[in-house]
Design a protein around this ligand. Sequence first.
Ligand code: PPE
Length: 304
Amino acid sequence: MEKTKKIWMDGKFVNWEDANVHILTHTLHYGLGVFEGIRCYKCEDGRSAVFRLQEHTDRLFESAHIMQVQIPYSREDINKAIIETLKVNDLKEGYIRPLVYLSAGSMGIYPKDNPVKVAIAVWSWGAYLGEKAIKEGIRVKISSFTRHHVNVGMTKAKVVGNYVNSILAKREVIAMGYDEALLLDTDGYISEGSGENIFMVKDGLLKTTPLTSVLRGITRDSVIRIAKDKGIPVLEGRFSRDELYTADEAFFTGTAAEITPIREVDNRKIGEGKPGPVTKIIQETFFNAVKGREKKYAMWLAYL
Ligand code: PPE
């Protein structure tokens, strides 16, 4: 990972090397913190733009609301701080990680008076699963670990501790030689990847899991919008692993993963084992949108 110069910590720019926290930081012990993952792209005209900044900030505040964490800043403050952090670091394209955490104060699971703090880091981040993954697709394995039950982990909130489940799944499948993990929900239906939503295509119909037990992905929302604009029918509905095995196409969506085609699930080839026509058109339109090449989606871009 490539270092940048400064990290925003509660209104101040701190040197990357000095961006530390106390060891009794509550979030570090108990996992209650919320975060976001946002991308900034260098556009055609040389300017940089954050993709769907407001939606990411809104989700950060929704995650905090679900977890009863009071962010001591306004949404506008956070938007501004994100833009400033990119500018201070002179980062034209990369990843943005706002983190809201409970700092040191009380110990014990009940966070009494622990101050809520916010940090924003940015860094350069290429294709999450590699350039080859974007072009040729990846090999996916369904994990033996189940996604959170909706009354165990708050799956609509991007909570720090929720990601232990993702790490378990990802480590398991990487050790077996696959590229990414896919998790089933507690009823045995497909839910999401370790850090991605999933789509499948069958007979021209684009299908994605309903929001029941998955994160309300902003890339997922962008894909649904693009598909509708292209006249591709979209259905939000549950599907099982065998329905996925017999899909014509499948792909993951996420800020980090962008649009990553899936060429294999559990050693079964998906379609022809390479990105199909629907995946390609959506992927192409998505990259045109984030890079400011598609006027129709200009409202998704917050220029620096
Ligand atoms: N589900 C999960 C569990 C998830 O973590 C993400 C994002 C998504 C779906 C897709 O959401 P969206 O980014 O709004 O389209 N995962 C982030 C974390 C990646 C990481 O390794 O860290 C991301 O893509 O930024």
